[in-house]
Write a protein that binds this ligand. Structure first.
Ligand code: GLC
Length: 368
C-alpha cells in the first residue's frame, strides 16, 4: 500500500471547507500591482469635476509564461519514502522521452522531509540532494521547465506548529542551494496542504516560507497551493502576499469516485470500480464551471494559475480515462493555465517506463 489515507480527499475537503472562515474583507489578498493614475496635474485656475480614472491592474507577464506550459508529474519517484521504493527510477532517457513526446515541463515531487538531519539544523542529506540535483540538471539540459515540489510532508499537515521550523529550514537550504540555477527552475512550497494545516494556518505559514525563499531568490517563480488537498474550491480562502513572481496552484480529480476508483490508499474506493465518465453535457459542465470559477479568481487577483495535478487511475475504463483527460486538459488550455498530468508511469500513468511506450490515446488527449 502506497499511503494509508483512511479518509477520502473529497470528504476531508468538505469538512475543511465547512470549518474554515473565509478571509475577512480587510485581509490583504494578492493585490495586483497598481499603476499610478495617469491624470496630469490640473491647471490651478480650472478645478475639474471629473474623477481620476480608476487605476487598472498592470498585466502580469507571468500569465503568458504559465499558459505555455504543458507538463507531466514525475510522480512516485523521489516522493517515495526512498528513491525507487515505489518502482520508478528517474533517468535522463525518461526526461528526453517526455520532451520528445511534446511536453515542455516536468513537475518533480520530492519528499525532502524524509532526508533531513536532527533539529535545529535539519540539514538536508547531501547524497539525496545530489540525486535531486542530477534530475533537475537533466530536465534543464533538455530545455524543459522544472517545478520542484515539496511532497508528502505529512508531519507538517498533522502538526504545523511543531514542524514549522523544519519546513522553513528545508526552504532556506533549498533556496540557497538553487539560487544560481536558471529561471526555468520553479519552486512549489508544499503539495496539498491538508489536515491541521487549514486555510488560515497555511495563509500565515506560506508567507513565512515565501519570505525565506525571497531572501536568496528574489525573482524565482514560486507556486503556492490552495488548502484542503489543493482544492479548487479553496482558492477563495487563499491569501497571497503581493509578489509578481507568484502563481497559485490547485489539483483536479473530480469526480473523485471516477479518478480514484480502486486506489489502494483511499478507503472504500473499491466500491467505485466500474464508474465511467461518458462526457455527458452535465459532466462536461462540471469541469467547465470549476475552471471558469478558478479563472475568475485568477483574473480578480491578477495571479496566474497552475493545474499541478490531474489524472484518472489505470483501473478506470480506458475510454473514460481518455475522454476525461481530454476534457480537463481542454478546460485548462481554454482558461490559460499551465497544466501537469499526474503521473508518468505508475498508477495514473500514460507511459510504460520499462518498455518506453506511450499510451497513444492518453498522449493525444493531452497534447492534441
Ligand atoms: C497526491 C498524492 C499522490 C497521489 C496523487 C493521486 O499528489 O500526493 O501520492 O498519488 O495525489 O492520489
Amino acid at each position: 500500500m502506497k499511503l494509508s489515507r483512511t479518509i477520502t480527499r473529497t470528504i476531508l475537503t468538505t469538512l475543511i471547507l465547512t470549518a474554515c472562515t473565509p478571509p475577512s474583507p480587510g485581509t490583504p489578498a494578492a493585490s495586483p500591482t497598481i499603476t499610478a493614475s495617469p491624470t496630469p496635474p490640473t491647471p490651478s485656475a480650472t478645478p475639474t469635476l471629473t474623477p481620476s480614472p480608476v487605476p487598472s491592474p498592470t498585466p502580469n507577464p507571468l500569465f503568458a509564461e504559465m499558459a505555455s506550459l504543458r507538463g507531466v508529474n514525475f510522480g512516485n519517484a523521489l516522493d517515495a519514502p526512498a528513491p525507487g521504493a515505489w518502482g520508478v527510477t528517474l533517468t535522463r532517457e525518461l526526461v528526453l522521452a517526455v520532451r520528445d513526446a511534446g511536453f515542455n515541463a516536468i513537475r518533480l515531487p520530492v519528499r525532502f522531509s524524509a532526508h533531513t538531519g536532527p533539529a535545529p539544523e535539519y540539514t538536508l542529506d547531501p547524497d539525496f540532494l545530489a540525486t535531486v540535483d542530477e534530475v533537475i540538471g537533466w530536465v534543464l539540459d533538455a530545455g524543459l521547465t522544472v517545478l520542484l515540489d515539496l511532497h508528502h510532508f505529512e508531519a507538517l499537515n498533522q502538526n504545523p506548529a511543531a514542524e514549522r521550523d523544519h519546513f522553513l529550514s528545508i526552504w532556506d537550504q533549498l533556496a540557497r542551494h538553487y539560487q544560481s540555477q536558471p529561471e526555468q527552475l520553479y519552486f512549489e512550497l508544499l503539495n496539498e496542504p491538508s489536515g491541521e494545516l487549514d486555510a488560515d494556518t497555511w495563509n500565515v505559514l506560506l508567507r513565512d516560507a515565501l519570505a525565506v525563499v525571497r531572501q536568496s531568490n528574489p525573482d524565482r517563480v514560486v507556486l503556492v497551493s490552495t488548502a484542503a488537498f489543493a482544492a479548487v474550491d479553496a482558492l477563495d480562502q487563499l491569501s497571497l502576499p503581493r509578489d509578481t513572481r507568484l502563481a497559485a496552484t490547485f489539483h483536479y480529480y473530480e469526480p473523485f469516485e471516477f479518478t480514484h476508483q480502486g486506489a489502494n490508499w483511499v478507503s472504500g474506493s473499491s466500491a467505485w470500480l466500474g464508474t465511467t465518465w461518458d462526457g455527458t453535457a452535465e459532466e462536461e459542465d462540471a469541469i467547465s464551471s470549476a475552471f471558469d470559477q478558478a479563472r475568475a479568481w485568477s483574473t480578480a487577483q491578477n495571479v496566474p494559475l497552475v493545474l499541478g495535478e490531474f489524472g484518472a487511475i489505470e483501473q478506470a475504463d480506458h475510454d473514460s480515462r481518455v475522454r476525461w483527460t481530454a476534457a480537463v486538459a481542454r478546460a485548462a488550455k481554454r482558461t490559460g493555465m499551465a497544466w501537469f498530468h499526474w503521473d508518468l508511469c505508475t498508477d495514473f500513468g500514460i507511459y510504460d517506463c520499462d518498455a518506453g511506450v506511450w499510451d497513444p490515446d492518453l498522449l493525444s488527449a493531452l497534447l492534441d
